[in-house]
Design a protein. Structure first.
Length: 835
């Protein structure tokens, strides 16, 4: 490439640098680059943190976790394969003190604990920044003692020396627990903590099936590999974590990144609209420049090289500012996440940044390809006339579609999620296109025999139908996403709370043993407490699908996969529950005589979709000590109206006779205000009874929604910027035609004020169509999500919709009118000069 071409491209670039179309292009490119680079850096920080978290908080080289103890032979084999084994036991309980209660995880340890790392405790409650002064403790509590976490200590208003009564056992609070070296989920698991001696756990007499047994193992890499093979053969239902493997939450955070990346489809779509509009200006200028060069004897290739170099210079000049802002955004995100992820520190990762910039650079090149194609395929005569119709016009549309498909493919790990998101966007796009074309076409036809500014405005908008539709589409998608995320999330929280209060009462029992449920039924009858519903289940661990291990069958991260890696609740019944309906296959029924085939299950539809399951597939579960294979005979979904207790996997009642495993129940209760004081005594008798109030569930749900809303609010800021760019880009692309239109109007004797009034009417019509399309799209998306996920009817807030409509009308109209003010700087003299 000749140096003169570089110099010429630089001259051309500097000449256009401050032009409006170049500024808008830089904004579009900058927003996308900022989003992808920051997302990549944040994801890399979290994945590195999780890896370090695994190394430092496993408390062992490997950990085996399961719901029953190892047999004597199994323990001997593990001991022979490894250097050292230390057993800890955990159980979820509810601790009470002076009428207060808190749910907590109670851990029992022996004198060999901890195996690796430091156990930090103290004898006073101090602030977070002073926790560095906590003392290293060489072993756990002595018999008769309990150490409690700082939050539990404060939550129960405890003091050192107080006595906690757990079941019939009295334990003295002697130290405050600050750090456990084997607490793998540090920073993620929000359970309150307490620690006792193993001998006290035996004295408490909890049912063995309620206890989670964790074996901390010391081993080198070769021994860990042997242990992995042994576990797959002898303990397929157990969970085994080791320092050479991935963090249990690694797939979850990969999933989070994928969801955000998938949501960025709308960013790329809007960028495609903006760049497509700006490409018209770029094409004309590059064509004109290339035509001049070719008329002077320069080859067509030189014109293309200059255009390519000019484009590259724009990207290179933009990078320093984008990277600087990305550093700041990344720091803010890490600072925000450090409240959740303890010891998460800011760090810049160069290779992920290079990959992100390279990916977005390729996307920009695809978007800009129509300009280069037009230069390559045009002749000197066509270049001078600026005719941009033909292959390059359709290439712009195809290239946008290719980019969107590439983004969807890159971030898709769940077909159902992708389908729902793309469907919602596609419906909104189709709706806005139909509305813009319908309103403008019908409006123009209905008012063609009427005089006035409004009929004339509709006529002029109809003549520029495609460009106006593009404007409406870009702005409408912005409004749709904002409404969808902010308003829909608020409505979701209110709807779920109202439904649970109506059908589930105000207390939910998530796990009760048979004796506990029998006592609750008797207690409820005596106290006048109403039991809304009660359903039995047993725990089962899915280990194989169609004779393949679960890990081999599906390696994509998903919510279903994350849950199925742990034991799930397996429900049994005689007939289809009232709050379920069958969407595929045949459910068992005594009347039809197909319930005697006990080795069949019905699986929730979303789980089927997530894992790619089909009717007839074989699922192998470990239930208790048994290995049982079921065939999928049906798929069900949730149906409202009969309570919200439902199960992913269900089997016929006939199966219970063939399975030896503890039975549990879920139930919901309705307590009056004066009956809440009865709960501490119930928990005192049954510390392992898992029970939560509707208020607590609502607070957790609201906290999740609040976190999502914060993330979406930051995401929406980029959407607002791109929507503004779309409006400005469409105005910039049509500026010459708008000036000519105003000049023609003024040539008939009308004033600039009349042109201004026409402009106001045009943008008001645009804003009305945009607002109506965005609200309708949000409503349809709400219906889809509520029906598919919760089987509920979406009932949005009318006041919220009216406020949203008013805000969109005001903002879009004001921005459009303000940005179009340069179009009024035209005159009849300019029109005659151009003619």
């Amino acid at each position: 490439m000749h140096f003169n071409n570089v110099a010429l491209a630089w001259h051309f670039f500097k000449q256009e640098y401050h032009h409006s179309h170049q500024r808008l292009l830089r904004w579009t490119q900058g927003v996308l680059l900022l989003f992808i680079v920051t997302l990549g850096q944040s994801s890399e920080s979290i994945q590195n943190y999780l890896n370090n978290n695994l190394q430092g908080l496993l408390g062992a080289d490997a950990v085996i976790s399961q719901r029953q103890t190892l047999t004597a032979n199994q323990y001997a084999e593990v001991s022979e394969l490894t250097d050292k084994v230390v057993l800890t036991q955990q159980i979820k309980t509810t601790l009470t003190h002076k009428g207060q209660w808190q749910q907590a995880t109670l851990k029992a340890v022996d004198d060999q604990y901890p195996l690796q790392g430091e156990l930090l405790t103290a004898q006073s409650l101090f602030e977070q920044e002073e926790q560095d002064h906590a003392q290293q403790t060489l072993s756990g509590p002595k018999p008769g003692e309990v150490w409690v976490g700082a939050r539990l200590f404060a939550g129960l208003s405890l003091e050192i020396g107080d006595v906690l009564q757990i079941a019939d056992q009295r334990l003295a609070v002697t130290r405050i627990l600050h750090h456990e070296p084997d607490r793998l989920m540090e920073g993620h698991n929000v359970d309150m903590r307490a620690m006792i001696n193993t001998r006290d756990m035996v004295t408490l007499g909890f049912s063995e099936e309620l206890i989670n047994y964790r074996y901390l193992i010391g081993a080198d890499s070769g021994q860990v590999n042997q242990l992995l093979k042994w576990q797959q053969q002898h303990l397929p239902a157990a969970q085994l974590h080791h320092k050479q493997g991935a963090h249990p939450l690694a797939l979850f955070w990969q999933r989070t990144e994928n969801v955000i990346g998938l949501a960025s489809i709308i960013l790329f779509f809007m960028a495609a609209i903006a760049i497509d509009q700006l490409a018209q200006v770029h094409m004309k200028k590059d064509q004109y420049f290339s035509a001049i060069c070719m008329s002077l004897g320069v080859s067509k290739a030189t014109g293309m090289q200059v255009s390519l170099l000019k484009w590259l210079m724009g990207i290179v000049c933009l990078l320093p500012l984008v990277l600087l802002v990305s550093v700041a955004c990344h720091w803010l995100i890490i600072h925000y996440l450090s409240e959740t992820f303890i010891d998460l520190h800011w760090q810049w990762y160069f290779w992920p940044a290079i990959k992100s910039v390279g990916f977005v650079g390729i996307v920009f090149a695809v978007f800009h390809a129509p300009v280069w194609v037009s230069l390559h395929t045009s002749t000197v005569a066509r270049l001078f006339t600026g005719n941009n119709k033909g292959a390059s016009h359709w290439l712009g549309k195809i290239s946008s579609l290719v980019v969107l498909l590439a983004v969807a493919f890159t971030y898709t790990d769940n077909g159902l999620l992708t389908l729902m998101m793309v469907t919602a966007i596609a419906i909104t796009i189709a709706l806005m296109i139909v509305m813009s074309w319908g309103v403008l076409t019908l409006g123009e036809k209905c008012t063609k025999n009427v005089s006035g500014l409004i009929p004339f405005t509709l006529f002029m908008m109809k003549q520029r139908l495609i460009s106006k539709s593009t404007q409406i589409l870009g702005v409408g998608l912005c409004a749709f996403l904002l409404l969808f995320t902010l308003m829909l999330m608020k409505d979701l929280g209110a709807t779920m709370t109202m439904y649970q209060r109506q059908h589930d009462g105000n207390v939910m029992v998530s796990q009760a043993t048979q004796p506990q449920l029998a006592y609750i039924e008797q207690w409820a009858a005596e106290q006048g407490v109403k039991i809304r519903q009660a359903k039995p289940y047993m725990y089962a661990k899915l280990v194989e699908v169609n004779d393949q291990s679960l890990a081999e069958f599906s390696q994509k991260p998903s919510d279903s996969m994350a849950t199925l890696n742990r034991p799930i609740r397996l429900h049994w019944n005689e007939t289809l529950p009232e709050n379920n309906k069958v969407v595929e296959g045949h459910y068992w029924n005594n009347e039809e005589g197909n319930s005697q085939d006990w080795q069949q299950v019905s699986v929730e539809q979303e789980v089927m979709t997530d894992l790619g399951l089909a009717i007839g597939d074989k699922l192998t579960f470990i239930i208790g000590q048994q290995r049982i294979t079921f065939s999928i005979s049906a798929s069900h979904v949730f149906k409202p109206g009969a309570g919200s207790i439902t199960f992913w996997v269900q089997m016929p009642s006939a199966a219970v006779a063939h399975i030896q495993s503890p039975h549990y129940s879920m139930a919901s209760l309705e307590l009056e205000a004066e009956q809440w004081s009865l709960l501490p005594a119930l928990w005192q008798k049954f510390p392992t009874l898992r029970m939560v109030s509707l208020k607590e569930m609502t607070e957790r749900f609201d906290a999740i929604l609040a976190m999502i809303t914060k993330v979406i609010s930051g995401f929406s800021l980029m959407i607002i910027l791109l929507a503004t760019v779309v409006i400005l880009a469409s105005i910039s692309a049509l500026e010459a035609k708008e000036k000519k239109k105003n000049s023609i109007i003024m040539s008939f004797g009308f004033s600039k004020t009349t042109c201004f009034h026409l402009n106001v009417i045009e943008w008001l019509v645009t804003a009305i169509i945009t607002a109506a399309g965005a609200i309708a799209g949000t409503y349809i998306a709400g219906l889809l999500i509520y029906q598919s996920q919760f089987s509920l009817n979406y009932q949005p807030s009318l006041i919220g919709l009216l406020l949203a409509l008013s805000a969109i009308l005001l903002l879009v109209g004001a921005l459009g009118v303000y940005a179009s003010r340069r179009n009024l700087q035209s005159s009849v003299r300019q029109l005659m000069a151009e003619g």
